[in-house]
Design a protein around this ligand. Structure first.
Ligand SMILES: C[S@@+](CC[C@H](N)C(=O)[O-])C[C@H]1O[C@@H](n2cnc3c(N)ncnc32)[C@H](O)[C@@H]1O
Length: 275
């Protein structure tokens, strides 16, 4: 699913101008459910199928073992019921239902601004769907992920919950959007899985409007010996963990004015305003 009116903002390469146009397919209420889009400059086509716009087509997209586990059949279906509904309870040691987390993210990203919001590494679309619901007619959300299995599930859940975010398969390290077209961006857990988080933050800065906000939830470096041992093992698969003091510097280096970091157990909420 991808909102037809947003296709002109989609640039498979940032220099591609104008963006995509809709060729043919099945459309419902302004949302392309399946069909073909095309880049006028080159004639190259990109399908909307299995619930998302696929800009990577035959390319794998994942660059580490952690990424590739998200490609396994069933990864999308299992992700929210098996892990995501309790992940912050386990990681924070507090009563932390998804509603509490979503409230923090919505407040930090400045949803009242309205407009177009980006979810970086949306998986099954927990943030994407909920931001779309909260925005209603005041805006739109685009969820980006590299995993077909996750995006398919994000689409299934969106339709089940009667929300219509746009979903695109693309690499967050080369965001396929026009400069300064977004009102805000969120990132739930994905910073830990990215091969090059600094590059993704710079790309996010490029697509955000000046004064707009980025809100990130992620996992901190462990404070105990056993925790560090586990994280060292996980890092061999490409997952990285951040020290509290490095997060502000990462946001600053990418062009954001960082807020003071908020932590709950092993979880951080980082946010900043795009300079
Ligand atoms: C921890 S999960 C995100 C969870 C989700 N944001 C949530 O709050 O439920 C990380 C996701 O990032 C995706 N991902 C990893 N590297 C990516 C990249 N370079 N570009 C886009 N998505 C990526 C993975 O496929 C995976 O679905």
């Amino acid at each position: 699913m991808f909102r037809r009116s947003l296709l002109p903002l989609v640039r498979p390469r940032p220099s591609d101008e104008p963006g995509l146009v809709y060729d043919e397919g099945v459309e419902e209420g302004g949302v392309v459910l399946s069909g073909t889009t095309r880049l006028p400059a080159t004639g190259e086509t990109y399908p909307v199928k299995n619930g998302y716009l696929d800009l990577l087509k035959g390319q794998l997209g994942g660059d580490n073992v952690a990424n590739l586990t998200n490609f396994l059949p069933g990864a999308g279906r299992g992700y929210e019921p098996l892990w995501r509904v309790r992940s912050l309870n386990l990681l924070t040691g507090e009563d932390f239902p998804n509603g509490r987390e979503l409230g923090i993210i919505a407040e930090k990203v400045g949803l009242q601004r309205g407009g177009l919001y980006l979810d970086l590494g949306c998986s099954a679309g927990l943030y994407t769907r909920n931001l779309a619901r909260a925005l209603g007619a005041a805006g739109d959300v685009i969820g980006v992920d590299i995993s077909p299995s996750m995006l398919k599930e994000a689409s299934r859940l969106s339709r089940k919950e009667d929300v219509a975010p746009s979903l695109v398969r693309a690499d967050a390290a080369s965001l396929p959007f026009a400069d300064a077209c977004m009102s805000g961006a969120v990132c739930g857990g994905t910073l830990n899985e990215l091969g090059d988080p600094a590059r993704v933050l710079r790309e996010t800065h490029r697509v955000l409007q000046p004064g707009s906000r980025l809100a990130v939830m992620g996992i901190l470096e462990a404070g105990t010996t056993n925790g560090r041992r586990l994280q060292r093992f996980l890092s061999t698969g490409g997952i990285q963990f951040f020290a509290p003091e490095e997060l502000g510097g990462m946001l600053d280096a990418a062009g954001f004015e960082p807020d003071p970091l908020v932590t709950h157990g092993a979880v951080f909420f980082a946010a900043g305003t795009r300079r």
